[in-house]
Ligand binder design. Sequence first.
Ligand SMILES: Cc1cc2nc3c(=O)[nH]c(=O)nc-3n(C[C@H](O)[C@H](O)[C@H](O)COP(=O)(O)OP(=O)(O)OC[C@H]3O[C@@H](n4cnc5c(N)ncnc54)[C@H](O)[C@@H]3O)c2cc1C
Length: 468
Amino acid sequence: MRDDARDNAAKTVAIIGAGPVGLAAAAHAVERGLRPIVLEAGGKVGHAVRQWSHVRMFSPWRYNIDRASERLLRDAGWSSPDPSHHPTGGELAQHYLEPLALRTELAQHIETGARVLSIARSGFDKVKTAGREHAPFEIRCRNGKGAMTVLADAVVDASGTWFSPNPAGANGLEATGEAEHAGRIAYGMPDVLGRDRRRYAGKTVAVLGSGHSAVGTIIDLKRLQTEQPETQIIWLLRGTDPQKAFGGGTGDQLAARGELGLAFAAIVRGGGVRVEAGFRLSHIAEASSRLRLGAGSACCGRHVLADELVVATGFRPDLAVLREVRSALDPALECPPALAPLIDPNLHSCGTVRPHGARELAQPEPDLYVAGMKSYGRAPTFLMLTGYEQVRSIMADIAGDRAAAERVELVLPETGVCSAPSPASAPLTSPARASGCCGGPAPTDQSACCRADEDAKARGRPGCGCGV
Ligand SMILES: Cc1cc2nc3c(=O)[nH]c(=O)nc-3n(C[C@H](O)[C@H](O)[C@H](O)COP(=O)(O)OP(=O)(O)OC[C@H]3O[C@@H](n4cnc5c(N)ncnc54)[C@H](O)[C@@H]3O)c2cc1C
């Protein structure tokens, strides 16, 4: 139970992860007179973002900067980048996260090279109830010098999901043989035109997945193929309809994302990629010094041969750090339960998730919140802007400002990334193209992600059905 009489200046908030959302959380905490301690496993802030530094973002700068962070930066003499420019991950780290961490007041609140291993209530194991809400959190970390413990009044877990990619198996487990062939498997988005060029040039590369990471990697491989024609590309997708990966096209309000889908569609329709739809990878072996990627039975099922495999099947949260605190997560998506109906990829694929905050993100453990990319669990549609609103609300809640915590201060763009009716085949005048298929965030319904979803639920259907 929060003690309203306590001075906020004495309240320490441990923030796990110095990604864009963790740093935004720290900026809002400072504005509220709270004392943040940001614990970052990597040697620099934006450690996860730096892993995809070569990827151009689909949202321009205007959607990538948190307002409280911007205020701190402006006080430090920073001038904001062109709001219409789409930065790469590297530019996001260099022109925004780094100055925020090094040139503002946040510098004194960030500890890099500090990996959080576990969290508990001081003196209380998970089972013991009476009085636990009065005990501080004890956060166990490891840094270059060894183990350390941080005490805090509240914890915001903004540790993202980048470092726990989904494995290749269609059943969510590692494919048989995946670990044994790890040297020829990459996860996420390898830099095929830069750092990793030599690994992929002239090879037969299979890319597994149908989200933005798979699409981006295939587009880059196609460029590599232009320079090194022996490079062969195989696209392995679990679904049976490749068109779903083509995205919102010209109807996508995030133009860069729409363009990516259009470019990808052109490549696939042009025949530059061997498409293996309905391919549910189950085992990986070696045959004639190549990877034998199999779906179905190991002996006689369908298979393809490749030199390299890129697994781009999304990410999942690492829940180990939360083991000793009381958390409630959706059984399928591993996100806070209140978010699940808004972001469930079984129901929709839109990015127009209604802005939300402390109420949806709070855990049964008082003063514990999961925010940022990790708050979406296994769902892929997280937007930074949504994360900034999350931590604004959370810090208001921790500071005891209930009205500000409940208020919604973000108006999301109608991103319109849904694929029903299939944007690639929809007529140019269809509502899907004119307004983004979801028609914007749901104005009233707390369990609906967007207008289309709200309408569908009012008619007794489970959701708007976009993307399925
Ligand atoms: C390739 C790619 C492109 C994207 N493009 C866009 C886009 O255009 N627009 C958009 O809005 N969103 C985009 N996103 C989605 C999302 O906004 C980003 O992933 C964003 O970086 C999420 O921010 P975050 O702070 O929640 O997590 P992260 O950026 O992942 O940061 C988490 C941090 O926590 C640290 N950490 C992890 N575990 C621990 C631990 N145990 N202890 C301490 N520290 C830990 C990590 O090192 C990392 O620095 C993109 C995502 C990807 C992967």
